[in-house]
Design a protein around this ligand. Structure first.
Ligand code: A3P
Length: 291
């Protein structure tokens, strides 16, 4: 199963696998010369860390600050569609980066990539980067279901088979542990802020206030509960037919913390803890993840 997947569904670029129907080595090469703008709002997260949720939250915060109307927000999405700007920076054809120059500021840019595959301009411009992290165990369970339900990704005969692939990084976007290690190297950059899925779940208003302060968005006190309601799991799931088509039910699966408990064996739990500690013990990123 995995053999077919590796050959047909994914390609390898600089040692990391990518979904072949969504990206290409040419697009990843072209991305190197992408020019970030100082007011770009950059969102980063390994797949299944809650990136669609963060994207929605940040779009709401940004549009409230900019005082766009619902109509203007729809218009922005239409322009993105017209220019064939796929919802992840690394998706689509190599020509998309030229088309992205036509997007008005502020552009909200979402990617799953590790820092070494991103354009230098991300780090040389004044653009700010928000890094989303999630407990690796919940991330793994979410990715297991995603792989098994999306035809464009490989399926796995069992959880155990998936777990081995997850631990060895033999999935699209490679190892989550490597992703975290690479981002941890950038953690002292003051233009990078880390937010965790768990802290957003625990207190979304506090999390959103941190995000708004980081990007310099100005909102009034009553905006925050309105955005919490609009970006709740239930609200996003209900709207997903419109926003994500038939992938909606696959994307908005459970939306909780701790669903890994029904999947990990004792040995798998210990192996994951060991790997996390070997990779990130004592780091600032591990502290932010409260692992
Ligand atoms: P689960 O599979 O654990 O339910 P991504 O958007 O990066 O693909 O991540 C998907 C995960 O985020 C899924 O986790 C999904 O349910 C969760 N998610 C999506 N929207 C959410 C929301 N509004 N609130 C909480 N979790 C959400």
């Amino acid at each position: 199963c995995e053999k077919v997947a590796l050959e047909d569904l994914q390609f390898s670029y600089k040692g990391i696998l990518f979904p072949a129907t969504l990206s290409s080595p040419e697009t990843l090469e072209a991305l190197k010369s992408f020019e970030a703008r100082s007011d770009d709002v950059i969102l980063i997260g390994y797949p299944k860390t809650g990136t669609n949720w963060l994207d929605e939250i940040v779009r709401e915060l940004e549009s409230t600050d900019a005082k766009y109307t619902e109509e203007e927000m729809k218009e922005t999405i239409n322009v993105e569609k017209e220019l064939q700007i796929f919802p992840r920076l690394e998706f689509g054809d190599p020509g998309k980066f030229e088309r992205m120059k036509k997007l008005p500021s502020r552009r909200i840019i979402l990617t799953h990539l590790p820092p070494h595959l991103l354009p230098r301009s991300f780090f040389q411009s004044k653009a700010k980067i928000l890094l989303l992290v999630r407990n690796p165990k919940d991330t793994a369970v979410s990715y297991y279901h995603f792989n098994n339900n999306l035809p464009m990704l490989p399926s796995f005969a069992s959880w155990d088979e998936f777990f081995t692939a997850f631990m060895n990084g033999r999935l699209s976007y490679g190892s989550y542990f490597d992703h975290l290690v690479e981002w941890n190297k950038c953690i002292d950059n003051e233009r990078i802020m880390v937010i965790s899925y768990e802290e957003l779940k625990e207190n979304q208003i506090v999390g959103m206030k941190k995000i708004a302060a980081f990007f310099g968005f100005s909102l009034s006190e009553e905006d925050f509960p309105r955005i919490v309601k609009k970006t709740s799991f239930q609200a996003m799931k209900e709207k997903s037919k419109e926003t994500h088509g038939k992938f909606g039910d696959i994307l908005f699966r459970k939306g909780v913390v701790g669903s890994w408990r029904g999947y990990f064996s004792k040995a798998q739990n210990e192996e994951t803890d060991r790997k996390f500690h070997d990779c990130l013990r004592g780091t600032k990123l591990a502290a932010r993840m409260k692992y």
